[in-house]
Write a protein that binds this ligand. Structure first.
Ligand code: NAG
Length: 312
């Protein structure tokens, strides 16, 4: 369905009154340097390092707005299997609360149960990446949106054609963008959300419909504290977050000592990871001004939640 801009504005203003659950239950401890993590994910996406797969962020996007899943954390001991991507945030209302406002095509199940999108924070990954990325059911993820970081689990997959990336349960989307009227028909279209996925770490206490917030937060805080410490130890030259300026980019001369400082087009599409999509518009060329992030997403016409397939 194509939403005209006047309809979109109307639904923004009416949906804004929906009540969001208490998001502090799954919010990261404020002592964890989310800016540092955000800058790291953004830099990896920007430089297209260790691209594992590439997906569109909406069903009818121009391929210029495709984003990558980066495996750059393989360089960081203890986080070799972890995944990162920058994407938008569509709203997923599958599960027992599938009749959430604006959700025309919801499904009563999620990938591993019947989670409640109004209660359980989760993120979605494209279905064909589950086996390629070896992502376990309910795997921990951290989502950095605005200046906040939240935890969620991998509870649903996207089986659209084409499969799209950048989607979260209603409660997580409302936590990220509390003033933007998130609903089944209204997501966050800008690909400025950082997602970090820990494919082999799932919190205890995930049931068919519910999860244990304190177990999720405990595991999340532990993992993300460890990750910040590991980055400080093993990648001290990385940008420290904040705005995405020239200054924060790794100096090509300094990073010459690190493995693969810039993506090598000849190695990016190797292995079983499948084809790398068309080039993103801003390719970093040393000496040239760094284009602004995020790159334009104006080609995305609609940001509706997408149907997961029934596989799994
Ligand atoms: C889902 O969670 C919301 C918020 O807690 C609650 O109001 C609603 O009744 C739940 N839906 C189902 C079907 O359990």
């Amino acid at each position: 369905m194509f939403l005209s801009s006047s309809l979109l504005i109307f639904s923004l203003s009416t949906a804004a009154s929906l009540v969001a659950a208490d998001s502090s239950a799954f919010q990261a401890d404020s002592s964890i340097d989310a800016d540092r993590l955000y800058g790291y994910v953004k830099a990896a996406a920007y430089s297209r390092e260790d691209v594992l797969a590439t997906y569109p962020t909406c069903n009818d996007c121009d391929s210029a707005s495709d984003v990558d899943i980066s495996g750059k954390l393989k360089q960081i001991p203890g986080f070799e299997d972890s995944l990162m991507f920058m994407a938008d945030m569509d709203v997923d209302c599958d599960g027992v609360a599938w009749q959430c406002p604006g959700n025309m095509d919801g499904q009563p199940e999620t990938s591993f149960g019947h989670m409640n999108a109004s209660q359980a924070p989760w993120y979605v990954i494209p279905e064909d990446f589950i086996s390629k990325g070896d992502v376990q059911a309910n795997a921990l993820g951290a989502v950095i949106c605005g200046d906040k970081m939240f935890y969620g689990i991998f509870a649903d997959s996207n089986g659209d054609s084409p499969q799209v990336i950048g989607e979260a349960s209603l409660v997580l989307a409302q936590a990220c963008f509390p003033d933007d009227g998130m609903s089944g028909a209204n997501g966050h279209p800008v690909p400025d959300v950082a997602y970090i996925v820990f494919p082999h770490d799932a919190p205890q206490g995930v049931g068919d419909e519910t999860l244990d917030y304190s177990a999720l937060k405990q595991l999340g805080d532990q993992k993300l504290k460890d990750l910040v410490n590991a980055l400080d130890t093993y990648d001290p030259l990385q940008p420290s977050g904040g705005t995405f300026s020239d200054q924060e980019f790794p100096d090509p001369e300094q990073s010459a000592t690190t493995e693969n400082p810039l993506p090598d087009p000849t190695t990016m599409s190797g292995g079983d990871w499948g084809a790398v999509g068309p080039e993103l518009p801003p390719t970093q060329v040393p000496g040239e001004p760094v284009p602004t992030w995020p790159w334009p997403s104006s080609t995305c016409k609609a940001h509706r939640r997408a149907r997961r397939s029934t596989v799994m």
